[in-house]
Design a protein around this ligand. Structure first.
Ligand SMILES: NC(=O)c1ccc[n+]([C@@H]2O[C@H](COP(=O)([O-])OP(=O)(O)OC[C@H]3O[C@@H](n4cnc5c(N)ncnc54)[C@H](OP(=O)(O)O)[C@@H]3O)[C@@H](O)[C@H]2O)c1
Length: 259
């Protein structure tokens, strides 16, 4: 299937690079439009997709459209391409543009799936929240889930939970990156080289996350298992509690949800 990307920024690049790397798509199957044509050409040469000189060209050349520009740009983009959309499936990763909003803008005939991705897609460890309500044809739905599933894990959520799901998984990489940076700074403070500090912290996070995910053991049980009585780890755990780790995490999600 050919895919036409509208916008080729951080998110679209992570997805397209990932699909090309794992051979889910070939370079000739991916078209993309972005207004800055010089930047687009450079990205096309680096990543290996086909640049389009207009949004209409990207849509005309593709069977499936990936809407990956900023949410506030979508209204005017739709005005330009609405006549070209019949017969095509639209996969949209823009925050807030769910099925109901597309129906409002384009009517009931549009075949659309709202997906909240995250940037770890670039290394095949993405989270993709698929809105349960969609209007894709059955074959298209299976194709889309399979395509995104090549770059991570697909979760299907009711429309009302897409916001909180996206706050955790879409914004989450930034929060986790701050944690990596903070622990790495602490490691550097006590003498570890900077480069090794990032590697050590990231591998610890990765390993702990995989242990929890793959075993399904409650995180508190895993935490208890490494806290020996009177030992060093429980002192660190207590310090994190005293400095408000849980409250800070809750506040981050509250701030996203209030936006
Ligand atoms: N980044 C994330 O982690 C993340 C997570 C979940 C969802 N998303 C969603 O993904 C979408 C893109 O986010 P991003 O982080 O990739 O943003 P970004 O890096 O700023 O990229 C935006 C892209 O849209 C292009 N663009 C600007 N005006 C356009 C127009 N009128 N028509 C077509 N394309 C246009 C830009 O091109 P120029 O550079 O040439 O201006 C750029 O390629 C957003 O809707 C966001 O909600 C992002």
């Amino acid at each position: 299937m050919t895919i036409g990307c509208i916008g080729m920024g951080n998110m679209a690049q992570a997805l397209v690079q990932g699909w090309l790397d794992c051979s889910a798509l070939t370079a000739g199957e991916v078209f993309a439009y972005a207004p800055n044509q010089e930047k687009l050409a450079k990205n096309a040469a680096r990543i290996g997709f086909c640049p389009a000189s207009s949004v209409r060209e990207a849509v005309q050349k593709a069977e499936v459209i990936l809407m990956a520009c900023k949410p506030y740009q979508i209204g005017s983009v739709l005005e330009e391409i609405r006549g070209l959309l019949p017969g095509k499936a639209l996969l949209s990763v823009a925050l807030g543009w769910d099925l109901a909003r597309y129906r409002e803008a384009l009517g009931d005939e549009v075949r659309v799936q709202f997906i909240m991705p995250n940037t770890p897609a670039r290394v095949g460890e993405g989270v993709f929240l698929f809105e349960e309500a969609h209007s894709l044809a059955p074959g298209e739905e299976a194709w889309a889930r399979e395509l995104f599933g090549r770059l991570g894990k697909v979760f299907v959520l009711p429309s009302r939970l897409m916001g909180i799901g996206g706050a955790v998984s879409g914004c989450g990489p930034a929060f986790v990156d701050m944690i990596i940076e903070a622990f790495a700074d602490a490691a550097v403070k006590y003498g570890i080289q900077r480069a090794m500090a990032y590697e050590l912290v990231s591998q610890t996070l990765l390993g702990s996350a995989r242990l929890q995910r793959d075993t399904g053991i409650h995180p508190a049980v895993l935490k208890d298992a490494v806290c020996s009585p009177g030992g060093s780890t429980i002192r660190g755990v207590t310090a994190l509690e005293e400095h408000g780790l849980r409250a800070a995490c809750q506040a981050a999600i509250d701030a996203v949800m209030a936006y």
